[in-house]
Design a protein around this ligand. Structure first.
Ligand code: IPM
Ligand code: MG
Length: 371
């Protein structure tokens, strides 16, 4: 199969982690006789520095023509503490989501038993946690009318949703629930917000078409508690843009390994795949960032292409690396390997080059990844 992939390396650690994914995709391509063509595009602080625009038109054009987009990370501290900045890196990502109608952000929250000790929660609480968040991504308060008065004493952001916007992501979430444990939880604030009452109404109506799925409803403040108190109760969580932004970050830390988590943003014509972590500017260029969030995002991309065997091999390679202690510094602060070495090892596993007894000393010295 031939696929055209738009690659946005982005800011901070984005380039170094994404380069590991490219390595892995190339290994998959040669192993399974595929051809992946990459077109590199600019977005974020990197794009502002080079063009003055956080999302050059050319990037949108390339993305629209691609089969999928692989994205690194966005954001730079020089914009974060400057409320008067005219352009911000994040505007690029928001415009890209809107232009491509990437309406559903999908974040699987998976735990790895070997890494349970890293979780801020007790091991007992996170055993068997396995849920997936569907966050609406192109509507709500993020995209409503924004105003600030002349003397900057009053500001507002409108939160707007239409039935169509709710329906399209709700269908997707119901279909996923059917393939999983058949439970869907809508997170909203229907006791206060009109938009939330519309979400509830639409989801209740659609539930009739998915009779095998049990639906329940949680207010977002309660959901924030439940995610910590009893995360294994969840299967599929469906929610609007802003609530999803907040609870998906909350959920991501319960596994203790933020650097391992991937995400997909599904659209009508193309979809975007990115690790959930941010640009982590303090680590940029140091070869210490965890590339696995990006590599597992590439695995989600392979699944999206229908390359299920290929994706399963990537996941197996990642499991192999984690269970053998081949991890970056965020996972083990004593025995750790570089971003590049982890990428090389996972690639070697895919190439079938890993002997059963691996010499960790040589890996540590970066002499060879496989002897
Ligand atoms: C995310 C991020 C973005 C968001 C930022 C970078 C605009 O936090 O993808 O969750 O708020 O959606
Ligand atoms: Mg966020």
């Amino acid at each position: 199969m031939q696929k055209n992939i738009a690659v946005i390396l982005g800011d901070g650690i984005g380039p170094e982690v994404t380069q590991q994914s490219i390595k892995i995709l190339d290994a998959v391509a040669s192993q399974f006789n595929h051809e992946f063509n990459y077109t590199y595009c600019l977005m974020g602080a990197d794009a502002i520095d080079k063009t003055g625009n956080p999302l050059p038109d050319e990037t949108i054009e390339v993305c629209l023509k691609s089969d999928a987009i692989l994205f690194g990370a966005i954001g730079h501290p020089k914009y974060d503490n400057d409320p008067s900045a005219k352009v911000r890196p994040e505007q690029g990502l928001l415009r890209l989501r809107k232009s491509l109608q990437l309406y559903a952000n999908i974040r699987p929250i998976t735990t790895y038993p070997a890494l349970a000790h890293l979780s801020p929660l007790k091991s007992k609480q996170i055993e068997q946690v396995d849920f997936i968040i569907f966050r609406e991504l192109t509507g709500g308060i993020y995209f409503g009318n924004k105003e600030v008065n002349e003397d900057h004493t009053r500001a507002s952001d409108d939160c707007v949703y239409t039935r169509d916007e709710i329906e399209r992501i709700a269908h997707l979430a119901f279909q996923y629930a059917q393939k999983r444990r058949k439970k869907l939880t809508l997170v909203d604030k229907a006791n206060v917000l009109e938009t939330s009452r519309l979400w509830r109404k639409v989801v209740q109506e659609l539930a009739v078409q998915y009779g095998d799925v049990t639906v329940d409803f949680l207010f977002v403040d309660n959901a924030a508690m439940q995610i910590i108190l009893n995360p294994k109760q969840f299967d599929v969580i469906l929610t609007e843009n802003m609530f999803g932004d907040i609870i998906s970050d909350e959920a991501s830390v319960i596994t203790g390994s933020l650097g391992l988590l991937p995400s997909a943003s599904a659209g009508n014509s193309s979809s975007l795949f990115e690790p959930i972590h941010g640009s982590y500017p303090q680590a940029a260029g140091k070869d210490i960032a965890n590339p696995i969030g990006s590599i597992l995002s590439a695995a989600m991309m392979l699944e999206y292409f229908g390359m299920l065997e290929e994706a399963a091999l990537v996941r197996k390679a990642v499991d192999w690396s984690l269970s053998n202690g081949f991890v970056t510094r965020d996972i083990d602060t004593v025995n750790y390997y570089s971003t590049t070495t982890i990428g090389d090892l996972i690639k070697d596993y895919i190439d079938n080059k890993i002997p059963s007894a691996v010499n960790k000393n040589n890996i540590a010295l970066s002499k060879s990844t496989i002897i």
